[in-house]
Design a protein around this ligand. Structure first.
Ligand code: NAD
Length: 497
């Protein structure tokens, strides 16, 4: 591992230009406006800890105004022809692709990951707009003859209504477009609350959607340093019809509880604890290549990140050594430097948490193959770390690490590893490496998760249903299923006698 020297933001005109171009007010009811109390919140560059922008800090009163705007716009928006809604998304998709370099730079500045990864996220985020621009015109009902032949059964799909979207910092654009895309396609209005660490990308997206022709009131974007104060009154308001949340399981649980009062329709995309299982018949070089992506994509801060490696005891040492060699070759530093392949974590608390999990695993008996010790210096960095011989009861195998640490445990039989991985309370993603077709089919069926990467380390695709089971939440985003989250089915019994 080498560490690139952070360059100074002041000396970089591209960074200043991209930060200068962004609206830093609230996007509320189609206009840019200050927070009702005039307050702002600081946004940091996690590679340096320096404040790079101050954005308006929304209050509960701003939330109420945004909901008023969403409610006022809802009926007209639902009547807007699906083709028009789709074409707004299509134009926004094209603008995102055209402006990918600026959006990626902005994202790296506030979130930290390497520029190449931010560019990938911009592309991935834009794909949701392209996919749902195509789905908008395919919303359809059904017509059937009842079994007794006397009546006709007519179903129609209608938009759910005003939505609240609460999204995390780890994918500042894609976690939003995965919700905004289908909601726009379905004819719903919405309020988006980005994470306080990464509001800039979402504010940039608001301008793109406005430029693409999204009518006033359909979308509001409200960054805030007081999420509970902003969102609890909205969730309690009977005019809100849907909550979609992506974030931690702990916060997801609270929001589901709050939503129970209004019996609000809810989707929750929560934490993960993905196992990466390597059988003795796997192509080991390929498994290592894919492990690099599954573990290190997004600095290791992905809900789908490989969190615990289970490698067959006969190949575990070889796998650990090859993975460690690749980890040592990473260039850690400020993501805006094109040479950098691993950026900082999001904040100091994240570094403390990762370091604590590693230290505890070592106390439990794990051995450090590479990394494991924090370097001094500015920014929220943690070194890429491989741990071998991690005992099965170690906390690092149970908790989401959210950092560049690969803990490797071993297993002897297929039954043993399935029992072990399915004992987790989480059930989001899983990775399986084997060349046996029989085993692949068996294991994919028996894993208690929403998604499996079979001989692949990356799952995300706008055309596929993304989501989890158990404590990883419910609901699906993307694919054909994604738009259903924003539609109600109305049934009409038609007299045909
Ligand atoms: P978090 O739960 O702390 O925050 C997520 C969002 O909720 C942020 O916008 C935050 O401001 C807001 N929030 C926090 N407390 C709130 C409250 N009391 N009321 C209303 N809003 C509140 O999570 P995070 O640290 O930002 O994100 C990381 C987590 O997100 C990880 O657990 C990760 O696995 C999960 N995640 C899941 C998916 C998925 O699709 N399953 C995708 C990305 C991230």
């Amino acid at each position: 591992m080498s560490r690139a020297t952070p360059d100074s933001r002041e000396s970089n005109p591209a960074e200043l230009a991209v930060l200068g171009d962004i609206h830093k007010d609230l996007f509320l009811g189609g206009s840019w406006t200050k927070a009702s109390n005039g307050a702002t919140l600081p946004v940091e560059d996690p590679a340096t800890g320096a404040v790079i922008a101050d954005v308006a800090d929304a209050t509960a009163a701003d939330g109420a105004r945004a909901l008023d705007a969403a409610v006022a716009a809802q009926a007209g928006w639902a009547r807007t022809p699906p083709r028009e809604r789709g074409e707004i998304l299509r134009r926004a998709y094209e603008q995102m692709v055209d402006r990918a370099d600026q959006l990626a730079l902005l994202m790296t500045l506030e979130m930290g990951k390497p520029l190449s990864e931010s560019r990938s996220e911009v592309g991935y985020a834009a794909e949701f707009f392209r996919w749902f621009s195509e789905e908008a015109v395919r919303i359809a009902g059904t017509w059937a003859t009842a079994p007794d032949g006397q009546t006709r059964l007519w179903t129609m799909k209608q938009p759910v209504g005003p939505c609240l979207f609460i999204v995390p910092w780890n994918f500042p654009l894609a976690m939003g477009t995965r919700k905004i895309g289908p909601a726009v396609a379905a004819g719903c209005t919405m309020i988006v609350k980005p994470a306080a660490q990464t509001p800039l990308s979402m504010l940039a997206l608001a301008q793109i959607l406005a430029d693409a022709g999204l009518p006033a009131g359909v979308l509001s974007v409200l960054p805030t340093s007081s999420p509970q104060q902003l969102t609890a009154p909205l969730i309690a308001d009977p005019r809100l019809r849907k909550l979609s949340f992506t974030g931690s399981t702990a916060v997801g649980r609270k929001l589901v509880e709050q939503s129970a009062h209004q019996l609000l329709r809810v989707s929750v995309e929560l934490g993960g604890n993905a196992p990466f299982i390597v059988f003795d018949d796997a192509d080991l070089d390929h498994a290592v290549d894919e492990a690099m992506k599954a573990k290190l994509r997004n600095n290791g801060e992905a809900c789908t990140a490989a969190n615990r490696f289970y490698v067959h005891e006969s190949v575990a040492r070889s796998f650990a050594d090859r993975l460690a060699e690749r980890f040592r070759a990473l260039v850690v530093g400020r993501g805006v430097d094109e040479a950098v392949t691993l950026g900082p974590l999001i904040d100091r608390a994240a570094v403390t948490k990762v370091a604590g999990l590693v230290d505890r695993a070592v106390q439990d008996g794990a051995s450090v193959v590479t990394g494991g010790t924090r370097a001094d210096g500015i920014g929220y960095f943690y070194p890429p770390t491989v741990l071998a011989d991690v005992p099965s009861d170690s906390l690092i195998l149970r908790e989401e690490i959210f950092g560049p640490v690969a803990p490797i445990a071993t297993f002897a039989t297929e039954e043993d590893v399935l029992a072990e991985v399915n004992s987790s309370e989480y059930g989001l993603a899983s990775y399986v490496f084997t060349r046996s077709l029989d085993r692949a089919l068996r294991v994919c069926e028996r894993l208690e998760v929403g998604m499996v990467g079979l001989n692949r380390g990356v799952l995300s695709n706008a055309a596929a249903p993304f989501g989890g089971v158990k404590a990883s939440g419910f609901g699906r985003e993307g694919g054909r299923e994604g738009i259903e989250e924003y539609l109600e089915t109305k049934y009409v019994s038609v007299n045909a006698s």
